[in-house]
Write a protein of this length. Structure first.
Length: 303
């Protein structure tokens, strides 16, 4: 059995022992044996491996699509959940494998599958979670992906600078899905709150509209550049690289998502050597004109 199943077994047995103890209150011999058995189960529960964290997020909606805490327009809920779940799968795959190609399938996206596990009160909530995760690492990565996406939503409703900074922490494929999600919420004049882990954000209709406008107004421009300097290495797990230019600037970023693993492995012997790097520089321009740069490594060769 998995750690989760072990703990659930002991917890069920303890409940059964408590029921039997109540029924055997008039039999001292039976009660004594059951009490010893309960203490033994309690010790085994305490020694059992901890369960993986439960990935969970709750989307709370209010406004025209919602009838108090009684119900929510089914078409609205379905339209809002679709892009949100796509964002989750994309970000989970990007965090686990370091890359998600623009057109390629997302690796292990099935591990990011969430169930509709509750309808919490408070406006009208849609709880999405994995009620019985069995993989510690996958559960932690999915929980982190949910928090990161919630942070991006909060940043989109805040300032251009904060939003641009938050985009560096998520896959580029998240941006169009984020706009699609906010489009659905804005079109129905809905209010939105999101709770993931210990992070909770509340967005009035005005803040949701501001977030949608900020996301829609954010522009990206790409250009290919070639720089000379020292290659500081790359990691296959995170799919990131570091490069120090001849002017002393240290550039960090992602390796191009379309590069095969074998080609990245071939780059590693060039670590700490003088090289010529070909990069894709993406300039993110926010609504107020502020610009932020992101880099992707396309290729590298020894000088």
């Amino acid at each position: 059995m998995s750690a989760t199943e072990d703990r659930q077994f002991f917890q069920r047995e303890l409940v059964e022992m408590d029921n039997l103890l109540q029924l055997s209150a008039g039999d001292p011999v039976m009660a004594f044996a059951l009490k010893n058995r309960r203490e033994s189960l309690q010790r085994e529960l305490q020694q059992a491996p901890p369960s993986p964290p439960r990935p969970r997020t709750v989307l709370f909606f209010a406004g025209p699509p919602v009838l108090g805490s009684q119900g929510i327009d089914a078409e609205f809920a379905a339209s809002a959940l679709r892009p949100f779940l796509e964002m989750v799968k994309t970000q989970y795959s990007a965090q686990k494998h370091g890359k998600v190609g623009a057109r390629s399938p997302r690796k292990d996206e099935s591990e990011a599958k969430l169930l509709l596990t509750g309808l919490p009160r408070g406006s009208f909530g849609l709880e999405l979670s994995q009620p019985q995760p069995s993989d510690f690492i996958a559960a932690e990565q999915l929980s982190d992906a949910l928090v990161r996406l919630t942070e991006v939503l909060a940043a989109a409703a805040d300032t251009d600078e904060r939003f641009a900074f938050s985009l560096a922490k998520v896959s580029p494929r998240v941006l169009p899905r984020l706009k699609e999600f906010l489009d659905v919420v804005v079109e129905q004049n809905a209010l939105l709150s999101v709770e993931s882990g210990e992070l909770k954000i509340d967005m009035t209709q005005e803040r949701v509209t501001a977030a949608r406008e900020r996301v829609g107004a954010t522009k990206t421009d790409d250009r290919q550049i070639t720089l000379e300097g020292v290659f500081r290495g790359a990691t296959l797990d995170s799919w990131r690289f570091d490069f120090r230019t001849i002017s002393g600037e240290t550039i960090s970023g992602r390796i191009d998502e379309e590069i095969e693993d074998a080609k990245v492995e071939a780059m590693l012997p060039l670590t700490n050597h003088e090289c010529r790097a070909t990069l894709r520089e993406t300039i993110i321009t926010t609504r107020d004109g502020a610009q932020h740069r992101r880099f992707e490594l396309l290729s590298i060769e020894s000088k």
